[in-house]
Ligand binder design. Structure first.
Ligand SMILES: [Zn+2]
Length: 285
């Protein structure tokens, strides 16, 4: 049984890139007689706008997709806490009170997710009065689990090597879990067997494979799909106010467009409005 999911965050309206991502996940499940799940990733406290989740459901319906909805992330905080406590007790996490400015002042190397944490807090006790994130001791974690592999539908078998991310944050100062921890735990809890997402997150799968090994979770397969690029060759993004460029789904829906017809065109690779699919199938956006 193939189980896929679409997992949007309600911090901005969905755009054509999300439609593409949802359609890919939906169709991979449907073609295999499997299940397609919707999960709202709403633990980004300050930026979360709960009313958007209803808009997302209307968008998916408009595109002609059918789904089963699983509980939103905000209902799963106990599982994130339990996993973090377990890794902390095993000595694989450590508290970090560094601010972004303090990290940048050390002129860190830049990795796939931005600055690589220079490890400042790894070896001493931090001030318990300061807000702390929990970081993964990447070296200790890799020693613990040994060699790991994971498999992408198209890129094939990958040797998991998350070291270039450095000591990633698993519990944020301002949220109960990082994307890496929450998404990995949720996909396991929801029985997702085929993790679908854009190639921009290809390297994150190295981290997720490591977390699965550390937490004793089942290992899915992955399908990283190409990205929709705007006419300037940049990934469509909420932060670029894609709604203003006519890429927003709610806006197109309100304008009377036929969502099912749009979904069919996307499936056939007929991208609207100067949008193209990224060329590089894996790793590079
Ligand atoms: Zn620190």
């Amino acid at each position: 049984m193939i189980v896929t999911r679409f997992a949007p965050s309600p911090n901005g309206p969905l755009h054509l890139g999300h439609a593409w991502s949802a359609i890919v996940a939906h169709d991979l499940a449907r073609e295999a007689g499997g299940r397609f799940l919707l999960r709202i990733e709403d633990i980004d406290g300050a930026r979360s706008r709960p009313e958007l989740a209803d808009e997302f459901r209307r968008d998916l319906e408009w595109l002609g997709l059918e789904w089963e909805e699983v509980p939103a992330q905000s209902t799963r905080l106990a599982s994130y806490e339990a996993a973090a406590q377990r890794l902390l007790a095993e000595g694989l996490l450590y508290p970090c009170t560094c601010t972004r400015a303090e990290i940048m002042a050390l002129e860190p190397k830049i990795g796939p997710e931005g600055a690589i944490y220079p490890g400042t807090c790894r070896n001493w006790r931090v001030d318990p009065e300061k807000p702390a994130a929990l970081r993964l001791d990447m070296h200790a974690a890799m020693e613990r689990v040994g060699k790991l592999t994971w498999e992408d539908d198209e890129a094939g078998v990958q040797v998991a090597d998350p070291r270039e991310f450095g000591d990633v944050v698993l519990v944020r100062k301002d949220a109960p879990a990082s994307y890496h921890l929450a998404a990995t735990l949720d996909d396991a809890a929801d029985g997702v067997t085929l993790v679908t997402r854009g190639t921009d997150l290809f390297f994150a799968s190295h981290i997720h494979r490591l977390l699965q090994a550390m937490l004793g979770l089942p290992v899915p397969r992955w399908h990283h799909h190409r990205l929709l690029l705007d006419p300037d060759g940049r990934k469509l993004a909420k932060s670029r106010q894609s709604g203003e460029l006519g890429h927003g789904l709610a806006e197109r829906r309100a304008g009377g467009e036929d969502g099912r017809a749009l979904a069919e065109r996307l499936r056939m690779g007929q991208m609207p409005g100067g949008i193209t699919l990224s060329r590089f199938p894996h790793g590079a956006a």
